[in-house]
Design a protein around this ligand. Sequence first.
Ligand SMILES: Cc1cc2nc3c(=O)[nH]c(=O)nc-3n(C[C@H](O)[C@H](O)[C@H](O)COP(=O)(O)OP(=O)(O)OC[C@H]3O[C@@H](n4cnc5c(N)ncnc54)[C@H](O)[C@@H]3O)c2cc1C
Length: 402
Amino acid sequence: MPEPQFDAIVVGARCAGSPTALLLARKGYKVLVVDRATFPSDTVSTHLVHPPGAAALQRWGVLDRLIATGCPPIDTYAFDFGPITIAGAPGTADSPFAYGPRRTVLDKLLVDAASEAGAEVREAFTVEDIVMDDNRVVGIRGHAKDGRSVTEYAKVIVGADGRYSRVADAVGAEQYNEKPEILCGYYSYWSDLPMGGRFETYARDRRGWAVIPTNDDLTLVVAGWPFAERDANRNDVEGNYLAAFDQAPEFAERIHGAKREARFAGTAVKNYFRKPFGPGWALVGDAGYNKDFITAQGISDAFRDAELCASALDASLSGARRFDAAMGEYQQTRDEHVLPMFEFTCQLATLEPPPPELQQLLGAVHGNQEAMDGFARVNSGVTSPAEFFSEENVGRIFAAAQ
Ligand SMILES: Cc1cc2nc3c(=O)[nH]c(=O)nc-3n(C[C@H](O)[C@H](O)[C@H](O)COP(=O)(O)OP(=O)(O)OC[C@H]3O[C@@H](n4cnc5c(N)ncnc54)[C@H](O)[C@@H]3O)c2cc1C
């Protein structure tokens, strides 16, 4: 087997891959990041980046560039449950805003930052297979646009290649906490739907939708219904999408005064965790962990994974720690951090009305600005649902409501 030319090869160059490559390159490692896509390019995803995600962009020196694209900051999350709307601030003093950058904008900024950090970026490069030596992953085999087969070797191969990860599949990454698709969602972009720095969500009978201001004075509106209705509604996405809004007449009036500027896109996703490491390989982002998009955590989660995984790989590549110990800690930290949000997300995605105790709690939260900010911060991933819904915090909210 030839000497590996790279310390790390990262497969996939979007929210998980480019930051992982950037962080490793900045630590002085020789990194190759490949993607079958070219950039800028779009992908099927809405794109609310919560304040913790914006904070990561700030740490990496990318946030100012994002702001310079004219992407409007979001300082308020408003959750309209019909009888009540809970509106609060999603961020912290250090990172007060969320953003909704188009993926054409965000992913290109990340790819460029990885390249500037010294990672070699190969766009339009498709990985077909991984190369094994005994039980260990040692390289990738793929092709560029000209179709020529290329093999590259590295000390570690990082799969940042999304939900249908070729790397995870090839290594047979163990999957756990699986749940099938719960919700399907469809979105488009609208002009003349000003948001004034607000992200809005609406929960109604078997329907939910969210409204996100984005680049170019456009507003993304995504609407969802239970996965069980997917096939019945598939031939009339637009009709079902617009009909949902009739359950909130004020919003229906606003969107009737707006103009749709793009075709519909949408999908449904499975929920799972995958073991994110093994001999010679690692997984970050959706390749390693995925949950329904209703809570819009995926991009911020991918950023967090990139930081955790890059520092674990650094510890191992530098000889400071054994690979299994460093990567085991990455998995444990990831899982402990995301499990309460995973459960909360899967519950919300059912679009069932909140259970009576939660309705009571939301009633007590309503009008209490501190509690409404707290609820917004749960949805933005700043505060764990476990903390917000703890007996102590719930007791405090009910006491304040009396
Ligand atoms: C409908 C929908 C709405 C969403 N809304 C939000 C939201 O509002 N906010 C949020 O935070 N998250 C949202 N998400 C989740 C978010 O899109 C993902 O969590 C995020 O994109 C994960 O990034 P990633 O880099 O892991 O994977 P991806 O973005 O999927 O990138 C994977 C990359 O790998 C490349 N690749 C794959 N296979 C190969 C191969 N064999 N060879 C070379 N390259 C390969 C692909 O071309 C792709 O560029 C949404 C998801 C969906 C589906």
